[in-house]
Design a binder for this molecule. Structure first.
Ligand code: PEP
Length: 276
């Protein structure tokens, strides 16, 4: 059984006690037919059977959600969508509403950089989606991150901090606790060039948790989980999970192979527990 974040189980690592349940999610992007999705999640489920102390989610494309949901019956692997609209219903051809996701999946990726870059999603739209997800009891995984030019010109903290501030506008402290943030430097996504663990840790601390602390105070800022995303593999997951501010990962390409994703989950948990 995988455990959920409800009771804030505490793990000891190198004599440090921490209370955020690790959370690793797979973003399948526009990959996998329904049959392929069921085959992948069935294999993954078997590989992760009996693992405790970490939350795992898969986020298939919309057409595969129902079939994957059925394939996960009795499993603690969580199911997420990759996007949604903020309205409950209406004349929005091609869109999917939060109401349609309720009962189908329990989390949703919001504001992925591919949505921001290719589909014009703005910080304001991300904020609307975040609030809509929370209003419908869905766990939002909200993505933030700088592009290469912003990184090279020293703007990372300002850019990421502003994205976090905008995403949480109008969100109360209790709701904010339910949000998961994925720090995904755009230049690291799908490139095979991950960030350095200590650099990612610093951005999470100085840009993400610092802004959350300004908005909600230290206790809430410390309770919110932050994932790293960008070219995560079984070979590098430990580098990120060893960092104190990083609670998990959002995994793209490597989540399309059950053995790789299961290895990321197991090695990620081991690293967080001090066995990495
Ligand atoms: C992602 O899609 O969010 C992602 C991080 O992709 P990849 O792991 O392939 O870089």
């Amino acid at each position: 059984m995988l455990t959920r974040n409800t009771g804030f189980p505490r793990f000891a690592r190198n004599e440090v006690t921490f209370m955020r349940t690790p959370f690793i999610a797979g973003n399948w992007k526009m990959h996998k037919t329904i049959d392929e999705a069921v085959a992948l999640v069935t294999e993954l489920r078997a590989l992760l059977e009996g693992l405790e102390g970490i939350e795992v989610a898969v986020c298939p494309p919309f057409p595969a959600l129902e079939a994957v949901r059925q394939a996960l019956t009795g499993s603690s692997i969580r199911l997420g969508a990759q996007n949604m609209h903020w309205e409950e219903a209406g004349a929005f051809t091609g869109e999917v509403s939060p109401r349609m996701l309720v009962g189908l999946c329990d989390c949703v990726i919001i504001g992925h950089s591919e949505r921001r870059t290719h589909f014009g999603e703005t910080d304001e739209m991300v904020n609307r989606k975040l609030r809509a997800a929370l209003a419908h009891g869905l766990t939002p995984i909200v993505c933030v991150g700088e592009n290469l030019e912003q990184n090279r010109t020293g703007k990372t903290e300002a850019v990421v901090g502003a994205q976090v501030r905008a995403a949480f506008a109008g969100v109360g402290a209790e709701e904010a606790r339910q949000v998961v943030i994925a720090y995904e430097p755009i230049w690291a996504i799908g490139t095979g060039v991950p960030a350095y663990g200590p650099d990612a840790n610093r951005i999470v601390r100085d840009a993400i948790r610092a802004v959350l602390a300004q908005l909600y105070g230290d206790e809430v800022a410390q309770a919110i989980r932050v994932q790293y995303g960008g070219s995560v593999t079984p070979a590098n997951i430990a580098e990120f999970m060893q960092e104190p501010e990083i609670d998990g990962a959002l995994v793209g390409g490597a989540s399309l192979r059950a053995a790789d994703f299961a290895a990321i989950v197991r090695q990620g948990l081991g690293a967080k527990m001090g066995r990495g």
